[in-house]
Design a protein around this ligand. Sequence first.
Ligand SMILES: [Zn+2]
Length: 59
Amino acid sequence: MAKTFECRHGGIVCRAKIRGESEDEVVQKAAAHAKEKHGVDLLQARTLARYAVSLVRDE
Ligand SMILES: [Zn+2]
């Protein structure tokens, strides 16, 4: 099942929807997106990384 990540689920005003085949893939893509578009490094802090993972949903 595909996984998705949406910034807006994390309270960020952003329409990006990131998809991937696995949770890992989505989190990696979301981290790259967050760094580029929002200036936030999701994988820098463990709490943030965990929060990002919690936002991943089944499609
Ligand atoms: Zn975003």
